[in-house]
Design a protein around this ligand. Structure first.
Ligand SMILES: C[S@@+](CC[C@H](N)C(=O)[O-])C[C@H]1O[C@@H](n2cnc3c(N)ncnc32)[C@H](O)[C@@H]1O
Length: 387
């Protein structure tokens, strides 16, 4: 059997992982290379990861290119390949004289369907814990062995879902992106998103995380420097009145408290930001403004009033963003069991020619009049402008 034939058996299988090792000479720049499947925008790709002693370099390739890459790597660089698919384990060894040895060990029939069933049940996350992405390990969400820490499962799920939603909106033509994360806090999401964009999607990203807490920001900057994340910086500051250093393609905010979300949305609108992803939290503003009788039984009981006011806040935010020329969706972020703060506002800027949506503005104003409320976002967009 020659290398091409041996590789063909593997490249056509539904592989889970390949490791190419044993460099043929000292001139081979990388000690080993791994190959894993991944989904980018729902398209299957393979990620090649090449390792030196200290660093790893990633490259994504189309499935059609896999066989050629493997053949070339085994001809020129590595003398061993170990591989795993759902159905079999594979092994290629090339002797010093160039003889090719190939072995394939099928998994037991009894095991295979069970494993496949498990595989099907397992939710496919964009960031696979098994790969132990460094930010997730250092932030204590995933262990070094690639297991999700039980108490951090909700965080793992939230981060993955947020990134999944962002990923859907970044087409393959996008090679560079500038993002601000408002109210980044400890920055789980910020680090992991930067990792995903730059390492997995291979996009050049500039990101700023902004928060009021100086100590937290200092730690985040130290971590970013330690990782060599050149495009990621953290700043101490208030969302209100923040001025960016670059043109902003995307604004994100995860659980920015109460009206901090409104300032984040307002900034994004002012900067004509193309995409906004915001998961609000602790929306007390309208609840304080609403009178007990303003919506009948919906505002009679404290608990209902709080929930109704929170829903009204997001409904108004959606209409006010639409009024500013955005297409808006309110999406379930994660299941209720993983976080009750589970509504995500996704706003995508329409073409300038689409103009402003007066109907959405009028609808928001009618609701504001009916419930006698004045949300911060409206005040910022309309009243401040008139001053
Ligand atoms: C609930 S935490 C969320 C942190 C992070 N996004 C996450 O999901 O893990 C909210 C963060 O928003 C920050 N924050 C609240 N108001 C802010 C403002 N006006 N400007 C900047 N940061 C603010 C807080 O300091 C806090 O760290």
């Amino acid at each position: 059997m020659d290398i091409t034939e041996a590789v063909k058996q593997i490249a056509e299988a539904d592989i889970e992982k390949l490791i190419l090792s044993n460099p043929k000479s000292k001139d081979v720049p990388y000690q080993k290379m791994t190959v894993r499947p991944l989904l980018i925008q729902k398209q299957k790709m393979y990620q090649l990861e090449r390792f030196t002693e200290r660093q790893a370099f990633q490259e994504n390739i189309e499935p059609a290119a896999l066989a050629q890459v493997l053949v070339q790597s085994l001809q020129e660089e590595y003398s061993q390949l170990d591989g795993w698919s759902h159905k079999a384990n594979y092994w290629i060894k090339i002797s010093k004289k160039g003889k090719v040895f190939y072995k394939e060990k099928k998994k037991k029939e009894a095991d295979a369907p069970q494993e496949l069933a498990q595989q099907n049940r397992k939710k496919q996350y964009l960031l696979d814990a098994a790969e132990a992405p460094r930010p997730l390990v250092d932030l204590g969400v995933v262990t070094k062995e690639g297991k999700v820490v039980a108490s951090k499962y909700d965080k793992y799920k939230q981060i993955n879902r947020f990134i999944e939603m962002i990923d859907e909106g970044i087409g393959p033509e996008i090679k560079q992106i500038n993002i601000i994360d408002f109210g980044c806090g400890k920055s789980y999401l910020t680090f992991v998103l930067y990792h995903y964009l730059t390492q997995v999607r291979q996009i050049k990203a500039q990101m700023v995380g902004l928060d009021l807490k100086a100590d937290v920001i200092e730690t985040c900057n130290q971590i970013a420097e330690r990782y060599g994340y050149d495009g990621l910086h953290f700043e101490v500051g208030n969302i209100e009145g923040y001025t960016p250093h670059f043109s902003v393609d995307m604004v994100i905010s995860l659980h920015a408290c109460d009206t901090a979300t409104d300032f984040a949305l307002y900034n994004a609108v002012q900067w004509k930001t193309a995409r906004i992803y915001s998961v609000p939290c602790c929306q007390h503003e309208l609840c304080h403004q609403m009178k007990r009788q303003s919506a009948g039984s919906l505002t009679e009981y404290g608990l209902l009033k709080e929930r109704f006011a929170a829903l009204l806040t997001d409904a108004l935010r959606a209409d006010l963003l639409r009024a500013q020329g955005y297409q808006v969706d309110l999406l379930e972020f994660v299941d209720m069991e993983h976080s009750p703060k589970n509504l995500l506002i996704r706003a995508v800027k329409k073409k300038e020619s689409a103009g402003k949506n007066n109907h959405a503005k009028e609808r928001a104003e009618a609701a504001m009049a009916a419930y006698q409320v004045m949300p911060t976002l409206y005040r910022l967009l309309y009243e401040e402008d008139e001053k």
